[in-house]
Design a protein around this ligand. Structure first.
Ligand code: SPQ
Length: 442
């Protein structure tokens, strides 16, 4: 498909979700597995790797940096680690597509390599704020250049050495934290990062899995530079952010009953379960286990009568990517749902507050965006209509599941980026009971 073509989802109203299935691998963990496997000594074997465009962009970037990577084949990837200092200068710019995680984490990981490297992205990624990483990196002695407006392309210039810093994150962001910890691997001294609220901790967990010592005291995470990573095997669980569409879909569609297998339920990612349960959802967490340092479970979800809530602010970073789906749950709930403290949603792949509010209004819902959240008056039936996802994968999938409770067909424009995080979404959703088809318009 060319970038000028429009992939449209056509979703028929109603239906129920049924069955037992596994959604694709966790995007955040897949990115990190390639990054740390590449820098490790020895061979890393990954299973359950997400074969989506975002994690593939990270994989291709490391190939361009001289790492031999086999796969992915049915989620299996083998990395011949080059060690902490084995990366080579790429011949071309590294194209990270739509992936904020790739760009922000790589800017830190590459800042101390002594190589000249340019990172580029698509139009959405080129509009997202990058000074949040380049400012603290420059305090470490890195030379990472942005455009005048603080966006990509980013050019990383070689520097002699990085020095550790003690940094308080101005926003709760796992990408800034991870960027600085990865730069800290190459810094002299102890890098310390303090978070205003807990954010996903996959980088810390995986560094420990590769044998690197990472300390955590209260809200401060620290590590010393100059160590090494030792290859290991990684089993990537199913992505709770992809599971979220089915958690919401099965909750709102009458007569639904599904089991989502092997879902990562890391406590820094499980806000969607907490919030849906507060709204009255029927979610059973079964067979809890730990796989490679990450908690995993099967989730049984049955339809339930949801009610509106004030979403606790401490849950916001723990559910940050699940709000497009949660807004759909709130529209189908009785009463008012209020979200506050979520201004970060405005700087994702799209402005997720505005784009969701525009689309939900077009479908007849009663929603009012606010600077840091939204107020949703639930219980107003969704009508037929056409909405625009603005190339944001999570918006496209949220509107697709909204059709389960709509009174007519929903058409969704600009859906090709669903492949960034959830390849095979339409097939899997159809198998579960959503009546969805696609067309391509010029
Ligand atoms: O990678 P990208 O584009 O930033 O992806 C998103 C998503 O919805 O898939 C955000 F738009 O997830 C981020 C998430 O919001 C992935 C992530 C990570 O893997 O560290 C952390 C979060 O971002 P942030 O800015 O809050 O740190």
């Amino acid at each position: 498909m060319s970038s000028t073509e429009n992939m449209v989802f056509h979703v028929q109203p109603g239906g129920a979700l049924k069955g037992t299935f596994r959604v694709p691998g966790d995007k955040s963990i897949s990115h990190r597995s390639i990054m740390l496997g590449s820098l490790a000594e020895g061979v890393t074997h990954i299973t359950g790797f997400l074969e989506g465009e975002d994690s593939l962009a990270t994989l291709k970037a490391f190939r361009s940096l001289g790492v031999t990577i086999e796969g992915p084949e049915q989620g299996r990837v083998t990395i011949q680690g080059v060690g902490m200092h084995g990366l080579k200068a790429p011949q071309v710019s590294l194209d990270l597509g739509n992936s904020g995680t790739s760009m922000r984490l790589l800017s830190g990981l590459l800042a101390g390599q002594g190589l000249e490297i340019t990172l580029v992205g698509d139009s959405s990624l080129s509009g997202r704020p990058m000074r949040r990483v380049t400012d603290p990196l420059s305090k470490m002695g890195a030379a990472v250049e942005t455009t005048e407006s603080g966006t990509a392309p980013l050019t990383i210039h070689p520097v002699n050495a990085l020095k550790a810093i003690d940094y308080e994150l101005p926003v709760a962001s796992a990408q800034i934290k991870s960027c600085l910890l990865l730069a800290g691997l190459y810094a002299e001294g102890e890098t310390r990062v303090t978070e205003p609220a807990p954010t996903r901790d996959h980088t810390e967990r995986m560094l420990r899995g590769f044998g690197y010592s990472v300390q955590k005291q209260d809200s401060t995470i620290s590590l010393k530079g100059g160590g090494k990573l030792t290859a290991c095997d990684i089993d990537v669980p199913a992505d709770i952010s992809s599971a979220a569409f089915f958690l919401v879909g099965a909750s709102i569609a009458p007569d639904s009953d599904i089991v989502l297998q092997h879902v990562g339920i890391n406590p820094t990612r499980d806000g969607v379960i907490t919030i849906l349960k507060l709204m009255g959802a029927d979610i059973e967490v079964m067979h809890r286990r730990e796989v490679g340092g990450e908690p995993v479970a099967d989730l049984r979800v049955r339809s339930a009568k949801l009610h509106g809530i004030d979403i606790p602010e401490e849950q916001v970073p723990l559910a940050i990517d699940e709000f497009p789906a949660l807004f759909v749950a709130a529209v189908c709930a009785e009463g008012v749902t209020r979200l506050t403290g979520a201004e970060e949603l405005r700087v994702k792949e799209s402005d997720r507050i505005q784009v969701m509010a525009d689309g939900l209004k077009a479908l007849g819902a009663d929603v009012t965006p606010t600077p840091d959240g939204i107020v949703i008056e639930g219980g107003v039936p969704l009508q037929t209509g056409r909405v625009n996802s603005h190339g944001d994968h999570r918006i496209a999938m949220a509107f697709a599941i909204a059709a389960l409770r709509a009174q007519g067909e929903i058409l969704i424009d600009d859906c090709s980026n669903v492949n960034t995080s959830f390849p095979g979404f339409t097939e899997l959703a159809s198998g579960a009971g959503l009546v969805i088809s696609t067309s391509v318009e010029n």
